[in-house]
Design a protein around this ligand. Sequence first.
Ligand SMILES: C[S@@+](CC[C@H](N)C(=O)[O-])C[C@H]1O[C@@H](n2cnc3c(N)ncnc32)[C@H](O)[C@@H]1O
Length: 268
Amino acid sequence: MSLADAFKRMFKGAYLEVEDLFLLESFQIGYLPGVVPERELAVVLHEHPAIKHYLVKRNPSVAGFIEGALAKYKPAGNQQELADCSDKLLWTIADLLIYHKCPEVYDSLDFHNWDFGEVIMIAPLDGKIVIDGGAGTGRVTLEVARTARHVFAVEPVARLRRFIREKALKDNMNNIFVIDGFLDTIPLPDGFADVLITSHALGWRLEAELSEFERVVRKGGWIIHCPGTAEVAREEDQHSRLISGVYNYQFSRYRESDGWKRKYWKQL
Ligand SMILES: C[S@@+](CC[C@H](N)C(=O)[O-])C[C@H]1O[C@@H](n2cnc3c(N)ncnc32)[C@H](O)[C@@H]1O
């Protein structure tokens, strides 16, 4: 199944339009090369030069990729071709757009319902300072906040940071601090946290992220990852790297709504 079809099935009821591309933040635009289908991107940008201008202005590193695609592929021959290309382009990056447009749709996905006891059995969180890296809509953040002293939700998408703050306010949680940042540049001091958790958020710049976690977590503290990768993919690069002698993570399997997954952890 294509990524676009998988997202259509996952985000049922969401509506996307070409102007939603104006919602993308600079770092998300940087993720487009290698993810979006080039022909469909070119067809859409031939038709919408203002969107091309926006993408390149917000993240100049994609200029070569975009110019290359435009030079390689012609404008649409008719309205149907344009509509098909827009649909495929938008749905291939539906997750990025839905974070901005309807975070509540992302927040209601079934996969969030894995048992948070899987984390607590590794490291109790009572009274601890915890970082939730790549916090999304804050599912893990709010779970952690029930027992931790403070939770720092690190999330680069502004709309999602607002969403987490609204949820924390609604639930009367005053120990949640939502901050802008990336996994490889966490804006907190050395040895700051007792525990760092990532859920379905790891590996944009794996090496830099893994060493950043070891900087920001104190000696004796815990790093726990639930990346959402399937249990069967034994040879996958991220798995090999995590369990390698360089990082020495332990791992075991646990159940999510769509199958067996792996969780990883280490104590510093
Ligand atoms: C698949 S979502 C997972 C969200 C949440 N942790 C959960 O379990 O639902 C990935 C999240 O990571 C964020 N993200 C993307 N790139 C990131 C990076 N380099 N550093 C930190 N977070 C990132 C996205 O904005 C998104 O909120």
